[in-house]
Design a protein around this ligand. Structure first.
Ligand code: NG1
Ligand code: ZN
Length: 548
């Protein structure tokens, strides 16, 4: 039951900022923190209604991920721990942009009447609220809480400072009736990790002496959470830097996964020659992304080159590791049903990675438009689906039916080997976060995979060589005039643009290029790939000119 008076009174305390239009972007609302109170309050209402509608716990996270510290944002986690169901995005957007409390009420009533959405709605609900370390988070979390409580019967549970994926994990766990505390999260991840290391097949692994990871925490929430995880996972040696301490610098400033991946530069407090070749990783501001890197001696200079292992390399490592586990399972347990393994990428995936996955590993590769929600849904179609964006956001999904088979299957041979091959896959499902990409969980699984392969970070890097690529941003009058198809790889409007891109791509060796309007910035993005860096650069420039 909606209580209009309660809602109107609560909404009156959060007037909308003048002349601002909020768009529900790739991951909710994001803006300068000073103008966000109203949008966050109303996102709280959306989360509360979603909780009633699904009769489940829902999550709401206050974060602006890799954006600067003065920004903030709000994202909603749906009942399975994934992103808010896309059908609700237009509703969330209209609500955020309603002019006054009366309009807020009207938008809600329209939504209810139009779609029969609340036919079976529960009478009570619960929303878990989390935030990253931004100073504005305290105030905005309170706004979200008031939004949730504006809806009669819905409880707001303040979980405090968390990584985005921790909050998603808690929502998922709680809707499955599992322990859903932060401590449960660490316990599950570390249990899976420990099992996997204990079950490493004899004779495999550890060729180079193992010396842990140096991790860039982006001066954000990931650093402290990672050190808590380390306290539980005894075998994990970490040297955590940029953990947000007084002297360490600002959130995401010259640090973090986005900086390392886009700028191809070492984050602050990295990059001394004495650390050459060591295994390094960088988290983003809310720890839902991670990339890996190491330093290589630059030719004739007393500096280091950065060697980046991006989301595509992580995806490839995981695909090989899991494929090996499946092969082992099939050879130990002949009667095990066939398993459908697939990976999902976007057009930004380096062509060398796609080719390696298809041709060398023989794995099916699906392509979706940019944005985790698209990749996630596609990956969920496979028994085991892996997805990663090149920027380091991704995870592994194991279908519930498949997990059920793993748990209950009793192999005819009944040998130690057959039992272990089943248990390994179960342990993988404990380490991965099945709600959303999770830097902490990916870090653990990378460590496991490298140990199973017996690989150094250099060995891992050399699986394939990235094709040289270039990304450019082009400012145009109206970026929405550009329309694309085939997972954004081809332009349909303006009419002659695709033909022009094809001609340019044909002028260079192994040329591939595409353009698309960004979903998070007011620019058109240009991506080009070619046989040499010079060719990739010239292709990108040429395409950018056609976009203008
Ligand atoms: P847009 O601005 O739509 O390209 C960017 C990233 C996405 C995704 C979203 C969400 C690139 C090229 N695009 O989207 O991968 O992470 O932000 O934050 O990196
Ligand atoms: Zn993030």
């Amino acid at each position: 039951e909606l209580d209009p008076d309660r809602l109107l009174t609560a909404a009156a305390a959060f007037p909308p900022p003048e002349g601002v239009h909020f768009a529900y972007g790739t991951a909710g609302f994001r803006a300068d923190a000073s103008i966000l109170d109203c949008a966050v309050f109303r996102a709280g209402i959306v989360a509360a209604l979603r909780s009633l509608h699904t009769s489940s716990t829902i999550g709401l996270m206050i974060t602006a991920s890799h954006n600067p510290i003065q920004d903030n944002g709000v994202k909603i986690a749906d009942c399975n721990g994934d992103m808010l169901c896309q059908d609700w995005e237009p509703f969330a957007e209209s609500l955020a942009n309603a002019h006054n409390p009366r309009d807020v009420l009207q938008v809600i009533l329209d939504f209810i009447h139009k779609g029969n959405f609340f036919n079976s709605a529960a009478s009570s609900g619960r929303v878990l609220l989390g935030r990253d370390t931004r100073p504005s988070g305290v105030r905005l979390l309170n706004a979200a809480r008031q939004g949730v409580e504006a809806i009669l019967g819905v409880d707001a549970a303040v979980m405090g400072v968390l990584t985005t994926p921790q909050l998603h994990w808690m929502v998922r766990a709680s809707n499955r009736g599992h322990g859903a505390s932060e401590q449960d999260y660490y316990s599950q991840l570390s249990h899976g990790f420990k099992c996997l290391l204990e079950m490493k097949p004899p004779g495999k692994g550890l060729i180079t002496p193992w010396d842990g990871f140096i991790v860039d925490g982006a001066n954000g929430v990931g650093a402290s959470k990672l050190s808590r995880l380390q306290g539980i996972v005894k075998d994990l040696k970490l040297d955590i830097r940029n953990s947000g301490g007084e002297a360490e610098g600002l959130l995401n400033e010259l640090v973090g996964a986005d900086y390392v991946q886009k700028e191809r530069k070492f984050p602050r407090h990295f990059g001394h020659l004495s650390e050459l070749a060591k295994r390094c990783a960088s988290l983003d501001g809310d720890a839902d992304r991670i990339v890996f890197f190491y330093g290589e001696q630059a030719e004739g200079a007393d500096a280091m080159n950065l060697r980046l292992l991006d989301g595509d390399k992580i995806l490839t490592l995981f695909a090989m590791f899991i494929q090996n586990q499946l092969q082992e399972l099939c050879s130990e347990v002949h009667e095990f049903p066939a398993i459908n393994l697939g990976v999902v990428q976007t057009a930004y995936a380096n062509g060398a990675s796609t080719r390696f996955l298809k041709e060398n590993l023989g794995i099916q590769v699906a392509l979706t438009p940019t944005g985790v929600k698209h990749l996630h849904h596609k990956a969920a179609e496979f028994d085991i689906g892996l997805y990663f964006e090149a920027n380091g956001h991704g995870t592994v999904l194991l279908k519930e039916e498949f997990l059920q088979v793993l748990r209950t299957f009793s192999p005819k041979s009944g040998t130690e080997g057959s039992r272990r091959s089943l248990q390994r896959l179960q342990a993988i499902s404990e380490v991965v976060n099945q709600g959303i990409g999770d830097a902490l969980s990916v870090l653990l699984l990378v460590e496991v995979a490298l140990q199973y392969m017996g690989w150094s970070i250099q060995d891992w890097d050399s699986i394939y060589t990235d094709l040289p690529s270039r990304q450019l941003k082009v400012k145009v009058q109206d970026r929405t005039l550009i329309k694309t198809t085939d997972a954004e790889t081809r332009v349909t409007h303006p009419l002659n643009l695709q033909a022009a891109i094809d001609v340019e791509a044909g002028k260079v060796s192994s040329g591939r290029a595409f353009v698309r309007p960004s979903g998070t910035e007011d620019v058109v993005r240009v991506y080009a790939e070619a046989g040499t860096q010079e060719e990739a650069d010239s292709l990108a420039r040429a395409v950018a000119i056609h976009v203008h």
